[in-house]
Design a binder for this molecule. Structure first.
Ligand SMILES: NC(=O)C1=CN([C@@H]2O[C@H](COP(=O)(O)OP(=O)(O)OC[C@H]3O[C@@H](n4cnc5c(N)ncnc54)[C@H](OP(=O)(O)O)[C@@H]3O)[C@@H](O)[C@H]2O)C=CC1
Ligand SMILES: CC(=O)N[C@@H](CCC(=O)OP(=O)(O)O)C(=O)O
Length: 346
């Protein structure tokens, strides 16, 4: 058994980590932090954990967290940058769910996140935690930067096309839609029930902070000599709690081929990517509370366009489930340990 700590245990990704880790066969949840609720039993805030987890929230304290084998940061951007170095120094392995270490260029990070990077010296150590691309490096890493929710769904939809140089990389498009839990638990008028429950809108269409992260991942997958991947990315807010649906569009180069078969071959050994039969339309409810990404590929007849749809749960494969998957890889556990549950339907 390893001891795990969670910094930011009261938020949406924090409680999703708790849900997954309390039934993980190799993990004891040893510390769960909250500055606002320190001293309160975790199960008082989350009654679904009554009788399952008997510890209290604590203040984030590096000395106490350093007793853990792994610490998850489920905190807003900027927090891991300041609190993580004390743990890295002491040999603790860290899985960061925030965007702090996802982008390799500190200046680019500062530009999109509106603040200077607080710990540029650790960026080079961080491994981008998309197992479908970086499994071997994740296994060796001390610091894993989990991908964002939109970047997970979008990259899994487009990577096979770019890895095989099958599409024009300079005109990629992704329309994405997320449930409201993607915005986190902190109170904001824009996320009130009456503001979101009966409406649908795009946001950040001129440039969302996930764009540089997605383009970095897509460019890493390209072979040398190709024009760098450029994406038009438009996120939308869906009137539901959890789930992401991405529809990606690209222009095919070369002769037509069976792209569903190509995607199925690419992901055949992946425990958490399911390529659906051609003509399917993946539904967010088919992945709700599960770590699965479901993908379908459409080739409209007589066109040189390919459309790829992908769905994930933003809190599971888009955040905490992928964080647990990364921990499993880092510690040599079965990659699916604690993650086998099927989706909640309907
Ligand atoms: N929601 C989602 O779908 C996804 C979120 N993420 C990322 O994961 C991270 C967490 O997101 P989410 O759970 O939604 O956020 P929430 O706002 O729901 O929760 C944030 C948590 O961090 C704690 N916290 C805030 N400031 C500090 C601080 N300075 N030091 C220590 N703890 C702090 C809060 O507790 P307290 O204030 O009591 O200490 C709270 O528990 C974010 O970086 C987010 O962008 C990634 C993928 C998807
Ligand atoms: C609906 C909503 O607001 N979604 C968030 C993205 C989700 C998220 O938390 O982003 P990270 O994965 O980078 O942490 C947003 O658009 O900023």
């Amino acid at each position: 058994m390893i001891k795990a700590g969670i910094v930011g245990g009261t938020g949406y990704t924090g409680v999703e980590l708790l849900r997954l880790l309390v039934s993980h066969p190799e993990v004891e949840v040893a510390q769960v932090t909250s500055r606002s609720d320190a001293g309160i039993p975790v199960a008082d805030m989350f009654p679904s954990l009554r009788g399952i987890l008997g510890i209290n929230f604590t203040e984030p304290d590096p000395d106490a967290l350093a007793q853990c084998d792994v610490v998850f940061f489920a905190t807003p951007h900027g927090v891991a940058q300041s609190q993580m170095p004390a743990l890295i120094e002491r040999g603790v392995r860290v899985v960061d769910l925030s965007a702090d270490f996802r982008i390799r260029d500190a200046a680019l990070w500062a530009q999109w996140y509106g603040q200077p990077h607080g710990c540029p010296e650790l960026i080079g150590q961080a491994v981008y935690g998309l197992p479908e691309r970086n499994r071997a490096a994740i296994a060796e890493a001390q610091l894993v930067a989990c991908p964002g929710c939109y970047p997970t769904a979008t990259q899994l939809a487009l990577l096979p096309l770019l890895e095989n140089n099958l599409v024009d990389p300079s005109h990629l498009i992704a329309n994405a839609a997320s449930g409201v839990s993607g915005a986190g638990k902190q109170a904001k008028v824009a996320n009130l029930f009456a503001e979101v429950a009966d409406s649908f809108k795009a946001y950040a269409s001129a440039g969302h902070r996930h764009l540089p992260e997605i383009e970095q991942g897509l460019r890493d997958a390209q072979s040398e000599g190709q024009a760098p991947a450029e994406l038009t990315f438009v996120p939308h807010l869906l009137p539901m709690i959890r789930g992401i649906h991405v529809t990606a569009y690209a222009t095919l180069l070369g002769e037509p081929q069976d792209l569903t078969a190509l995607f199925a071959e690419r992901y055949k050994s992946e425990p958490f990517v399911d390529v659906l039969p051609a003509g399917s339309h993946p539904e967010t409810r088919s992945v709700k509370s599960s770590n699965m990404c479901r993908i379908s590929v459409v080739q409209p007849q007589g066109r040189d366009t390919v459309v790829v749809m992908s769905v994930i749960d933003n809190l599971t494969k888009g955040a905490s489930g992928q964080a647990v998957q990364n921990m499993n890889i880092m510690f040599g556990f079965d990659e699916s340990a604690g993650l086998q549950a099927a989706a909640l339907l309907p």
